[in-house]
Write a protein that binds this ligand. Structure first.
Ligand code: V1D
Ligand code: CA
Length: 519
């Protein structure tokens, strides 16, 4: 494999891209509990498809370094992270007050290995950002990440740690502006909230709006203060199909790219917007969903692809496998190759399945109105004096001696990436959260400080971008802050189907497959 630096091609969209794919073979063993729709097993199914389609041979496969406590605390409150680290199914009875406070319960249950699960999926997203920052790849993929609902001090909607916010903070070390795009059917509230009052990050979420979790994401929510017009929301109704979706996605994202000119893009590819999802109500095909990936890729800007929701797990695996092939620029056939989860994919045994004939409640008039409104917001941004953007400052250069030794061998399929945490982003004091959003009505001194603090974050990051001499690349490969080892992996329950997701005989025979060998 070519190990030279960033190879973003200027050629046609079909050009190959250098892709880093993050996967930990343990991730499929975590289990939210019986009846819970979130199934980390879907990542193992995705990986099995990638393996059998031969796609692993086209990309750099990395095992993420678990994110450390101090990495998580760049965004999350210390006491919340401490709680996540300590709570276990056995200890939770004594921690009822804390469970309530941190919103841990039915949607976000305590399960065995919860903290290591968070470290793993977050390590992949931060690792992807580091790889992109170093110019080691054009596209980084972490299908285990994308948990967009987590807040600074609160779990929400199956999400505990917001790996996206942390990955964006990492990208901000190198890039003046980062664009976040969210195609999960749910509103990307946690990410929007974190960056609501800054122009360093633009967030765009497409989602079902109206009597649907989490209830936020009104088209009129556009950011605040310096962040005004840098948060966009695209509210949609049931049954949206590929054509309707793309009639919004492409013109809006073209304009965003033209006006905002981000240095990096993070695309949350929640697959619950697919037709037939157990929790979702949209009618997108895998090709329609993947068209968003293809489109964002076509801008040749460093791209981080993340997972998210997705509850009909056979379709999640289909979708993320196909999207990996799109990222690579490699065509794969519709007929599914033999793989250990082939029984899930019957009776079609194909990658693509037809969407349904459900009603599309998004009328042409509604779609036209939404598009016009968003393009109007973007035109205001375009004409604002503050958006006379400078060209990107030069990317931080990293000397060879700062490179993690373990990461030099590009053929090493079991690479670990070090999370670069030497830039001190004091996010703890300034997390611009919904608090800021809600409290703008009657600002108190403390709240004003919160609002101001995000500018401090921006200044700090800016100085980091410019002051490359002081930017140290962490070299502590595998460093763990104490008891980082997985607490527990229950192999027998992984992949258990509570609904109609899996053939019954898969329920009991799952054991952790040592995919390390295949990496
Ligand atoms: F159906 C369930 C069974 C067990 C536990 C939870 C659920 C469930 C389904 N839908 N929970 C939900 C949503 N929660 C509520 C709650 C009712 N309340 C007062 C809140 O409606 C949460 C849906 C979360 C969606 C997560 C996501 O797809 O956006 C995602 N993205 O990245 C990771 C997950
Ligand atoms: Ca969304």
């Amino acid at each position: 494999m070519d190990t030279s630096g960033n190879s973003l091609p200027s050629g046609s969209d079909g050009s190959k891209r250098k892709v880093c794919y993050f996967y930990d073979s343990e991730v499929g063993n975590y289990y939210y509990g019986q009846g819970h729709p979130m199934k980390p097993h879907r990542m193992r199914m995705t990986h099995a498809l990638l393996t059998q389609y031969g796609l692993l041979d086209h990309m750099h496969v990395l095992k993420p370094n678990p994110a450390r406590e101090k990495d998580l605390c760049r965004f999350h409150a210390d006491d919340y992270v401490y709680f996540l680290r300590r709570v276990t199914p056995d200890s939770q009875q004594e921690l009822l007050k804390h469970l309530k406070r941190f919103n841990v319960g039915e949607d976000c249950p305590v399960f065995d290995g919860l903290y290591s699960f968070c470290q793993t999926y977050t390590g992949g997203s931060i690792g992807g950002a580091v790889k992109l920052n170093h110019g080691h790849c054009d596209i980084a993929i972490n299908w285990s990440g994308g948990l967009h609902h987590a807040k600074k001090c609160e779990a929400s909607g199956f999400c505990y740690v917001n790996d996206i916010v942390l990955a964006i903070l990492e990208l901000l070390k190198t890039h003046e502006r980062v664009l976040y795009v969210d195609i999960d059917i749910h509103h990307g509230d946690g990410v929007e909230e974190a960056f609501y009052i800054t122009d360093r990050v633009m967030t765009v979420s497409f989602h079902k709006f109206g009597d649907y979790f989490p209830g936020t994401g009104d088209i009129r929510d556009i950011g605040y203060g310096k962040g005004k017009y840098y948060a966009l929301n695209v509210p949609l109704d049931d049954g949206i199909d590929d054509e309707s979706y793309q009639s919004l996605f492409k013109p809006i994202m073209s304009k965003v790219m033209e006006v905002y000119r981000p240095g990096a893009v993070v695309l949350q590819c929640g697959a619950d917007s697919l037709s037939g999802d157990r929790l979702g109500c949209f009618n997108l095909s895998v090709k329609g969903h993947a068209e968003c990936v293809r489109f964002m890729r076509s801008f040749n800007v460093p791209l981080l692809l993340l997972g998210g929701g997705g509850y009909t797990i056979r379709n999640v695996a289909r979708c993320w496998c196909y999207e990996t092939s799109v990222a690579l620029g490699v065509e794969i056939e519709d007929k599914m190759p033999q793989n250990e989860y082939i029984d899930y994919f019957g009776p079609e045994y194909t990658l693509h399945v037809a969407p349904s004939n459900m009603e599309n409640k998004n009328s042409r008039e509604m779609l036209d109105g939404i598009r016009a409104k968003l393009l109007d917001y973007l035109s205001k941004l375009q004409h604002a004096p503050s958006v006379q953007f400078q060209d990107n400052p030069p990317e931080t250069q990293f000397s060879e001696e700062n490179e993690d030794e373990d990461n030099k061998d590009e053929d090493n399929k079991d690479e670990r990436i070090v999370v670069d945490s030497d830039v001190n982003l004091d996010y703890e004091s300034n997390a611009a959260t919904g608090k800021a959003k809600m409290e703008i009505v009657e600002p108190e001194a403390k709240d004003q400080n919160d609002v101001m603090a995000i500018d401090e974050l921006a200044r700090e990051v800016e100085s980091t971008v410019i002051d490359t001499k002081n930017s140290k690349d962490s070299t502590v490969a595998g460093e763990a802050d104490g008891d980082d080892a997985p607490v527990y992996q229950d192999s027998n329950v992984a992949g258990e189907a509570d609904g109609d997701d899996a053939p019954a005989h898969h329920v009991t025979e799952k054991s952790p497959i040592d995919e390390m060998d295949q990496l």
